[in-house]
Design a protein around this ligand. Structure first.
Ligand code: IPE
Ligand code: IPE
Ligand code: MG
Length: 251
């Protein structure tokens, strides 16, 4: 099943270079089974492994996973600490395997808000996977799109105030160089699981022309075949970037 889909992906045309995922639905997955929410998050770790491997198989270059938002700090303390514990577990358990697969992990977000032991675990996985060439994996932790843009605004305002920058010289490139994603292309495809049709403060700048794929599947049930289906859906799209479509004559 998965290999058939993978063959179709390979024959289907362009594979998105950068795929971003809003991994959602862990709590509902657990509730459906009468389990506590943290067991949904734990199960979701398996899907991370699946999707990372699927991305490597499909030939995706960059995979960006929304793991914890700035708004998720508002969840009950017990859930926040369960999530931080799982991030540590993931970082410690997967490091060797990710390195073997050639996955280079980066962590993007406001790590200052993250507790010391979680921060050191994630920095270790970043360190331990450096140089991997098959896939760049961005883990977005304590990340918010608005906060990211505010940081850029503050930096540019400081430069203007110090007399180093003329506001007329501010352009897309200058802003992009100050985002957490500096140097990376924008996502080609955004997948949100669990059927929610919203962005929830994710990559607000970068998603301007990203193709959206909403999957009804809860994150813990999301496997590589779902990723391949999303890529096939992407391959059927016509990206126009504000221009007229291909084959349309000027009139
Ligand atoms: C996604 O699952 C994980 C995080 C946001 C950290 P949720 O915990 O949001 O699951 P639902 O949306 O309540 O089902
Ligand atoms: C978005 O999911 C954040 C992550 C997946 C990390 P949420 O579950 O927090 O989003 P809302 O609250 O449904 O918008
Ligand atoms: Mg949710």
């Amino acid at each position: 099943m998965a290999s058939d889909l993978l063959d179709r992906v390979r024959l289907g045309g362009t594979v998105p270079s950068h795929v971003a995922v809003i991994m959602d639905g862990n709590g509902r997955w657990a509730r459906e089974r009468g389990l506590p929410r943290h067991l949904g998050h734990r199960e979701g770790m398996k899907s991370v492994r699946e999707v990372v491997e699927g991305a490597v198989e499909a030939g995706v270059d960059i995979l960006t996973l929304f793991a914890f938002s700035t708004e998720n700090w508002k969840r009950p303390a017990q859930e926040v600490s369960a999530l931080m514990g799982l991030l540590q577990l993931y970082a410690r358990k997967e490091r060797t395997e990710l390195r073997r697969q050639g996955v280079e992990v980066h962590v993007l977000g406001d790590l200052e808000r993250v507790d010391e032991s979680t921060r050191s675990a994630v920095l270790e996985i970043v360190e331990g996977t450096r140089g991997g060439e098959s896939l760049r994996l961005n883990l977005m932790i304590s990340y918010g799109g608005r906060e990211e843009i505010l940081r850029v605004a503050r930096t540019l305002a400081d430069r203007v105030q110090a007399g180093h920058l003329d506001p007329d010289d501010i352009d897309n490139t200058m802003v992009e160089d100050l985002l957490f994603t500096r140097g990376l292309p924008s996502p080609d495809l955004l997948i949100r699981t669990s059927g929610e049709h919203r962005i929830s403060n994710f990559m607000l700048w970068q998603l301007a022309y990203t193709e959206l794929h909403i999957s009804p599947v809860f994150w813990p049930d999301f496997h590589r075949e779902h990723l391949f289906e999303a890529v096939l859906d992407f391959q059927r799209r016509e990206r126009r970037f504000g221009r007229v479509g291909a084959g349309i004559e000027a009139s």
